[in-house]
Design a protein around this ligand. Structure first.
Ligand SMILES: Cc1cc2nc3c(=O)[nH]c(=O)nc-3n(C[C@H](O)[C@H](O)[C@H](O)COP(=O)(O)O)c2cc1C
Length: 202
């Protein structure tokens, strides 16, 4: 199965990039085809253009958006990696969603209802925050961390979320011990979802 890994962070040595790359390597090591889309490195333009919102006959889908749609269409699974910025996902991540999960590709509108077009695909989400879980819940930032998984985005396109792993209290001077612990959790998720099925005993 082809796996798509979408990483949204400008800094190569960020926690987000580190766990995203580690996930991609682990999935690949299991013999899967992996395509990493590093949105900042690609200089993905997150701004939805007017031409993309025209009626289907007149709509122009720019080649950069079409390319990302092709990667998603070909993948059986997609994993998103992004941090919490000002109580929300980074604008780059939101722009990817606005433009790539577009009408006519990710869903159709029929009789005023959204009809999903990406059914059968599975998704994982990996997020991080500087704040701890107690603060995220108290401040309601946790609700926005869960926007992709609630009935708002992925499920409207037919994509089944199979896990959302959030890493709280991730600060710039994260000790190596904590990073290693988080990387082990990421490796565990890869094994759990994409590892070989255990051989039946007896
Ligand atoms: C522009 C910006 C805004 C941020 N806003 C928040 C926030 O609202 N809540 C929070 O808990 N952490 C916030 N943080 C901290 C990041 O979420 C945290 O440093 C990040 O998850 C750590 O992973 P990284 O190394 O991949 O950046 C912010 C960081 C930046 C750069």
């Amino acid at each position: 199965m082809k796996h798509l890994v979408v990483i949204c962070h400008p800094r190569r040595k960020s926690f987000t990039q580190t766990i995203g790359r580690s996930y991609a390597q682990a999935v690949e090591a299991l013999g899967n085809e992996v395509v990493v889309r590093d949105l900042y490195r690609l200089r993905f333009d997150p701004v939805l253009g007017e031409s993309e919102l025209l009626d289907a006959e007149k709509r122009h889908v720019p080649s950069a958006v079409r390319r990302e749609q092709r990667h998603l269409a070909e993948a059986g699974a997609v994993a998103f990696f992004y941090p919490l910025w000002w109580a929300f996902m980074p604008a780059m991540m939101k722009g990817y969603i606005d433009r790539v999960l577009a009408s006519g590709f990710a869903y159709d509108i029929r009789d005023d209802e959204m009809v999903p077009r990406l059914s059968g695909k599975k998704a994982l989400i990996f997020t991080s925050s500087g704040a701890d879980m107690a603060y995220l819940r108290r401040s309601k930032q946790w609700s926005s961390m869960r926007l992709l998984e609630e009935d708002n985005i992925l499920s409207l396109c037919g994509i089944e979320l199979i896990e959302h792993l959030h890493f709280a209290s991730v600060l710039p001077d994260l000790p190596k011990r904590s990073l290693d612990k988080h990387l082990a959790i990421v490796a565990g998720a890869v094994e759990k979802h994409w590892g070989k099925a255990p051989v039946a005993q007896g």
